[in-house]
Structure formats: C-alpha cells, structure tokens
Design a protein around this ligand. Structure first.
Ligand code: NDP
Length: 241
C-alpha cells in the first residue's frame, strides 16, 4: 500500500538510503534537511524525491513543515526520525552548547516531529514511527555523554509511545545502528578504522546505509504490525543488547 512518509535528515547518509528505499517500496516520500542546500538539490535531482528544509529542533518549524508536506503529498502515515548530530568531547570539558545542540537535534526533535503527526495517525487508525538511535545509546561511549543520553532517550520515548498507540494501529520502534559506512565514518583514518574499529565488529566490516534502510522499510510496512516498542540492533554483532 502506498503511504506518505517523512524522513528527517533524509537527503544525506543513512537518511538518504532510507528515503530511496521507502520510495522503491512504493511510498511517497518527503525528505527533510537542515541547511545543506547543495546536497539536497543533488539528492532531489537524482531521486525525484521531494525535499523540505526545516530545523527539527524547532517545534514551530516542524509543525509548519509537516503541514506543508500534508498539503503537498497527503496525510503522513510513516515518520522516520533520523536527523542527528554529534558534538563530541569529554564530559569534564563539555560546554553547555555542545550538550544543548545534541539534545535539541536528537531528542527534542522526537517531540517536535512526532507531536504534529500523531493525532492524524490516531484518527486514521494507522501509523509507523521509527527512530534511528545508535549503539552508543545502548552501551555508552566515552566522549559522547550528550549523544549517548539523547540516543538512550530515543528508546524510552518509543516504548511509551508504543503503549499509547498500540490500540490505534500505531507502532513505534527504534533502530540502533553500529558503525555504518557513511561519509562521516569513511572519513576516519583508514589505519584507525583497520586497527581500532573493525576488530570490535564480529562481522569484520562496516554496515551499509542500505542495511538500515531495508529494516526501516519492513518496520514501516503493514507486515510489521505486531512489532512495537522494540529496539532493533543493526551492528554486526558489536554489542548484544
Ligand atoms: P549525516 O550527517 O550523514 O546526515 C544527517 C542528516 O540530518 C542530514 O540530512 C542533515 O541535513 C540532517 N540534519 C542534521 N541536523 C538537522 C536539523 N537540526 N534539522 C533537520 N535536519 C538535520 O548523518 P548519518 O547518516 O551518519 O546519521 C543519520 C542518523 O543515524 C543520525 O541520527 C545518527 O546519529 C545515526 N547513526 C549514525 C551512525 C553512523 O555510523 N553514521 C551510527 C549510529 C547512528 P543537512 O544535509 O542539511 O546538514
């Protein structure tokens, strides 16, 4: 069945793979982004997927963005909260700005984006909310107290939302990726990758954005209606939660 999906941060990295996979599965996709107009324009030209610019940390901008998508494409049945940032640093050196930027973009965004779509989902008796968390929200990561806190927050958010939405045909689930070969990870010094990162991963390789995207397509489908409140780890065996 064709549905309308919003993928936040859907123009680059993992989000771009998710947008493309949802489109390939027959859905009508809106890919949002923050400010990288060049990447968004390239993505739109290559894929034909509609792109929208707003800040997921800003509630009013999200409400207006969702309203625009619904006007252009129709009611949103699938929401993929994927947009995220890091501002790493050891906690004893971490600034309030580093903390706030990460909490705002990675955690406040769940309220900002999900609140404007949830009532419509409840009224229509169907919804899929999928949140892209991280292995570092499950196990913690030195240098990422802010990011680990936000990403662990994803899991509590989804569990509570799942309970509220279950009787209304709405599922909410988390995907927790490990190291995925996006531009960010590929930019790591190959020596560091080879000697310090790959040995931590039992499969001996990085994950690919498509491997996250395929799981999103399944969790967004009608077939996954009995899966809710769960966290799906996709990390090559690096951390077994
Ligand atoms: P990228 O940095 O490649 O892309 C991030 C996307 O999010 C971009 O489209 C960006 O827009 C958008 N974005 C960032 N901030 C905002 C904002 N304030 N408002 C709206 N959009 C915003 O990220 P990845 O693909 O690497 O990561 C995607 C998700 O997966 C994140 O939540 C990340 O934490 C998580 N993750 C990634 C892993 C990895 O190995 N890469 C591992 C585990 C989890 P713009 O292009 O305009 O900047």
């Amino acid at each position: 069945m064709t549905r309308v999906a919003i993928v936040t941060g859907g123009t680059r990295g993992i989000g771009a793979a998710i947008s493309k996979a949802l489109k390939a599965a027959g859905h009508t996709v809106a890919a949002s982004y923050a400010g990288n107009d060049e990447a968004a324009a390239k993505f739109k030209a290559e894929t034909g997927i509609a792109t929208y610019k707003w800040d997921v940390g800003d509630f009013d901008a999200c409400a207006a963005g969702v309203a625009q998508v619904e006007k252009d494409l129709g009611p949103v049945d699938i929401l993929v909260n994927n947009a995220g940032i890091t501002r790493d640093g050891f906690f004893h050196k971490m600034s309030k700005d580093q903390w706030s930027a990460v909490i705002r973009t990675n955690l406040d965004s769940l309220f900002n984006m999900t609140r404007p779509v949830i009532e419509g989902m409840r009224n229509r008796g169907f919804g899929r909310v999928i949140v892209i968390s991280s292995i570092n929200g499950q196990k913690g990561q030195a240098g990422q107290v802010n990011y680990s806190a936000a990403k662990a927050g994803d899991i509590g958010f989804v569990k509570a939302l799942a309970l509220e939405g279950a009787a209304k045909g709405i599922t909410a689930n988390v995907i927790a990726p490990g190291y995925i070969g996006t531009e960010m990870v590929q930019a790591i010094d190959p020596k560091v990758l080879e000697t310090r990162i790959l040995p931590l991963i039992p499969t001996g390789r990085l994950g690919q954005p498509d491997e996250i995207a395929r799981a999103v397509v399944f969790l967004a489908s009608d077939d996954s209606g009995y899966i809710t409140g769960s966290t799906l780890s996709i990390n090559g065996g690096q951390y077994l939660a």
